[in-house]
Design a protein around this ligand. Structure first.
Ligand code: GLU
Length: 303
């Protein structure tokens, strides 16, 4: 067999293995949450937000355009057959739309990679962004953040037969993959310079590279990695303890304080009326982690 034939043979075998592992009894659903388990969000009647340019633009258009991820199981996943997005972030996006006066089914999702989020919000490509987006001071100079609505932490994903990697201290000389423009990528670069860091646009490409022995570990938030591991538990595992705090916020255009505060109010209301918990249980909760208490909303001053 030539090298190319062998490689493509390995890839096909892997694809078959993945497909059979995913279809196995007791393994989590491949297509994400069951539609009938998802909550219905009551739509605010007569809601107005004239001080928000973003909201006014959506009103004229008749719907929100929301940035999201499409390859993160339980969080933001797009069904390639139907084009439908599902997951916890998607539910957050829908309940926010309902609180701002637009029926959840009107939301149009657009996939935006980690490295392109700020630009997408700055140039008006999207109205808001819900996709494992960590709130931090550097990003706050470029965009606004409502929330946080969830607290994640950076972790490591390795192959099931890996015995040498237990935490970031073991990454020296190892090939580690993360997404360009992400906080986990930056942390490895700054704090663990002996790791051989590689970046792709998405974590799913990193996971493919892990399964085909191109890299030794994938690093990002635990919430994301748990989803990949749950799909092929025989082949992948999450190791060690989370080694950062990643508070997830809803990204909004910088300076649209009216929208940001309205989203803060909406998150608080949906946490209080039980919608947040129901949404969690129907999506991210499928990974087996019970619903945590959501973090306190950080309503920072107008900027
Ligand atoms: N929460 C981290 C970040 O915002 C990692 C996940 C992601 O890239 O979306 O950078």
């Amino acid at each position: 067999m030539s090298r190319t034939t062998r490689v493509s043979f390995a890839v096909v075998t892997l694809a078959v293995l993945l497909a059979s592992a995913c279809g196995k009894e007791g393994s989590p659903p491949v297509k994400g949450p069951a539609a009938e388990k998802l909550p219905n969000y009551q739509v605010a009647q007569g809601f107005q937000l004239p001080d928000s340019k973003t909201w006014e633009r959506a009103r004229k258009r008749g719907h929100f355009t929301v940035g999201a991820k499409e390859d993160q199981p339980y969080l933001g996943e797009k069904d390639p057959a139907t084009g439908t997005y599902s997951g916890f972030d998607i539910e957050i996006a829908k309940m926010m739309s309902a609180s701002l006066g637009f029926a959840p089914k009107t939301v149009r999702f657009r996939t935006i990679a980690s490295a392109n989020r700020e630009t997408a919000l700055q140039n008006g490509q999207i109205d808001y962004y819900v996709g494992t987006y960590t709130i931090n001071d550097m990003r706050k100079k470029l965009v606004g953040f409502a929330g946080p609505y969830y607290m994640a932490g950076q972790s490591l994903l390795v192959r099931a037969d890996e015995n040498d990697i237990h935490g970031p201290q073991d990454l020296a000389g190892k090939r580690v993959c993360s997404a360009a423009g992400s906080t986990p990528y930056q942390r490895i670069k700054d704090d663990y310079p002996k790791a051989q860091l590689v970046a792709y646009d998405t974590y799913s490409v990193c996971v493919d590279n892990l399964l085909t022995y191109q890299v030794d570990a994938v690093t990002t938030d635990d919430a994301i990695l748990i989803g990949y591991a749950a799909k092929v538990p025989d082949q992948l595992k999450v190791v060690g303890k989370p080694f950062s705090k990643e508070p997830y916020g809803i990204g909004v255009p910088h300076g649209d304080n009216a929208l940001r505060f309205a989203l803060d109010d909406a998150l608080e209301a949906r946490e209080k009326n039980g919608d947040w918990k129901k949404a969690y249980e129907a999506t991210l909760g499928l990974s087996g982690v019970p619903a945590p208490t959501p973090p306190a909303i950080d309503r920072y001053p107008a900027s």
